[in-house]
Design a protein around this ligand. Sequence first.
Ligand SMILES: NC(=O)c1ccc[n+]([C@@H]2O[C@H](COP(=O)([O-])OP(=O)(O)OC[C@H]3O[C@@H](n4cnc5c(N)ncnc54)[C@H](OP(=O)(O)O)[C@@H]3O)[C@@H](O)[C@H]2O)c1
Length: 327
Amino acid sequence: MSKAIRINQIGGPEQLQVVDVQVGEPGAGEIRIRHHAAGLNYIDVYQRTGLYPFAMPLYLGMEGAGVVEAVGAGVTHLQVGDRAAYASQPPGSYCEARVMPAKSVCKLPDTISFETGAAMMLKGLTAQYLLKKTLPQGGLQAGDFVLFHAAAGGVGLIACQWAKALGLQLIGTAGSDEKCAMALQHGAAFAINYSTENFAARVKEITAGKGVKVVYDSVGKDTWDQSLDCLQPFGLLASFGNASGPVPPFAPGILGAKGSLYLTRQTLFSHIATRESTQAMADDLFAVVASGQVHIPIHQRYPLEQVQQAHIDLEARKTTGTTVLTM
Ligand SMILES: NC(=O)c1ccc[n+]([C@@H]2O[C@H](COP(=O)([O-])OP(=O)(O)OC[C@H]3O[C@@H](n4cnc5c(N)ncnc54)[C@H](OP(=O)(O)O)[C@@H]3O)[C@@H](O)[C@H]2O)c1
């Protein structure tokens, strides 16, 4: 048996219920993992509220770390007793133990704790593909400016550090002066409090009128228009989330008018669609963490049973860095 968090219908945090479930044996291509911790991600909110629709009932959670307890037929990269971590579909990591596809599960290096593994796989692999693979024409070179919204959040504080390690000048936005200070401490070259300042005007000031080569935008509705105004001609708007709500439909002509801009909407799940790509990205993440260039900031811990409070705090913008649910 395992405690797990389930919703029977979409709605607010009150829908998150602790239930006892029977955990079976893994089938072909699957493993059973016993978690030490699970990661909290904003995508969990989208699934809970129905912005990203799923069949009900739904077991939530997309990130976890623990020990492999059983291995199904055909799984060769994991063995019983391995320490492991993952970012993965289908949801269901908010639990003590589960059976899941082995494809996205990676062996966790001994130097990385379970909590760090649970906190970093979805958010760290996202920072990896954004900064390394979601690039403007001609790529990014050391010294280039990029704009990263919600820079004091889970993905944000990892991206601040990784961008610095790559020699980029990351301009971070955040919703308070305290969060801006945190982004700067984690390697952002500049920080803008977008709840009090016009961030497009500040970006123009910082870049001497030129604008940035890429805007990484996970805030969505509230930042969309101004984000386009921050870009250089031929710059890239990399949209990857909707914390403030989804971006409404728009006319593509606006991209021409603002300087022949490029637009992409990325999701991690395209990048980790194969075992090989997942492992290659995870190896890159493990290396940058092991080197000390990126430290995974775990700023909140909640026991699994207090998952409702974790969601309340995440949606109220009270969290910074990463958050784990402990078992
Ligand atoms: N597409 C992908 O592959 C992918 C993968 C991972 C994450 N994401 C996206 O990346 C973003 C960051 O994820 P995360 O899990 O690390 O979350 P997070 O950044 O820790 O939390 C979300 C942050 O968004 C900001 N925000 C701005 N407007 C908001 C609003 N109206 N309501 C709530 N928050 C608002 C808040 O920071 P401030 O107070 O500083 O504004 C908040 O702390 C999310 O949008 C997520 O969906 C996308």
